[in-house]
Design a binder for this molecule. Structure first.
Ligand SMILES: Nc1ncnc2c1ncn2[C@@H]1O[C@H](COP(=O)(O)OP(=O)(O)OP(=O)(O)O)[C@@H](O)[C@H]1O
Length: 320
């Protein structure tokens, strides 16, 4: 299957800031792919590169098989894109902006746009500058969808929409994916994303911490609570294929979020000297997000636990 979007070692360095640090992923057609990340994680930068508005410092990206750096207009013709702050011509009316945009697309754009505007109950003769924030978002979405693009790229698509419209809109994304089209969205709204996305990527300080199908991601992450005899006791290190996403010491309890933790590792940990008990608990997507975005990646840390090891916990770790 040909990927709709690919990113290879994508890096974006602004003055004094590494917005993206070696990002790799590939998105297959017919999926709803959600890019999650805290403020400043690099989501908009990623989208600006994909849509040809930003040239990466290094690395490669393709969108619908096209390099957006070399052919930005071609990419923008093929995809539907709504930015986090859609720039619409304020002096046009809702009808005029549809008519104007239709001139860049094949026949069929204008009737589809007008139908969408009618469903959102926005008067065609109203000026863009007189629309509410939510109405502007609806106009931007209608413009992005009217040519029925094979790929829809949405930066914070639901900000400004009321809960009813938000739900309907996100559910319509599932229908798009079912018909073979692809949706890429960036969001902070984890509970909403969880309802619609089939693949999740979590970006933290410009680095992708995880990219995986939602179900697989949730099955692979576990929270470990290790009760200890003594807070200074050394416990066996958790090695590959497992990955410690975060690690905290709370009194005599070590709390870790671990990916790909196996029953053998559990048995080894539970039988270690000084370990009283080991409890495992599945995590919600929100808890996974917090575990992946806690702490700073720029601090010098061990390879197996790049997220947030407390100094005490790091000092206690031994390899067996
Ligand atoms: N043109 C620029 N010049 C300098 N720094 C920039 C520029 N654009 C973005 N950055 C920086 O790059 C980092 C990533 O910004 P970006 O807008 O991609 O984050 P984001 O994940 O979309 O955040 P938010 O959720 O707050 O919108 C931030 O630290 C930001 O300050």
């Amino acid at each position: 299957m040909t990927s709709v979007i690919t990113a290879q070692s994508l890096t974006m360095r602004f003055r004094g800031c590494d917005a993206l640090r070696g990002v790799d992923f590939a998105i297959e057609p017919g999926s709803v792919f959600a890019l999650l990340g805290e403020n400043g994680a690099g989501k908009t930068t990623m989208i600006r590169i994909m849509t040809g508005f930003q040239k990466p410092t290094s690395g490669e990206c393709t969108v619908c098989g096209i390099d957006p750096t070399r052919h930005p207009l071609e990419v923008r013709r093929r995809v539907g894109y709504v930015s986090d702050a859609p720039a619409l011509y304020d002096w046009m009316s809702v009808g005029e902006i549809g008519w104007f945009t239709a001139s860049f697309f094949p026949d069929g754009f204008l009737p589809a746009y007008r139908e969408s505007i009618r469903r959102y109950e926005i008067p065609e003769d109203r000026k863009i500058r007189h629309l509410s924030k939510g109405q502007r978002a609806k106009v931007a979405l209608s413009l992005a969808l009217a040519h029925d693009p094979e790929l829809l790229i949405l930066d914070e698509p639901t900000s400004g929409l009321d809960p009813m419209v938000r739900r309907d809109f996100l559910e319509s994304m599932i229908d798009r994916a079912a018909s073979g089209r692809t949706v890429f969205l960036s969001s902070h709204q984890i509970s909403e994303v969880e309802r619609v996305a089939d693949t999740i990527a979590i970006l933290h300080e410009g680095k992708l911490r995880v990219v995986a199908p939602l179900i697989e991601l949730k099955q692979s992450m576990t929270e470990l609570t290790v009760s200890l005899d003594d807070p200074l006791v050394a416990i066996p290190s958790i090695d590959e294929p497992a990955e410690v996403m975060c690690d905290e010491l709370l009194g005599r309890q070590r709390r870790m979020v671990v990916r790909n933790f196996t029953p053998e590792m559990h048995a080894r940990l539970a039988s270690a000297t000084g370990v009283v008990s080991v409890h495992e608990r599945p995590l919600s997507l929100e808890e996974i997000f917090i575990a992946c975005t806690k702490g700073s990646l720029s601090r010098p840390q061990g390879d197996s636990d790049p997220a947030a090891v407390t100094p005490q916990a790091a000092a206690m770790e031994v390899t067996i």
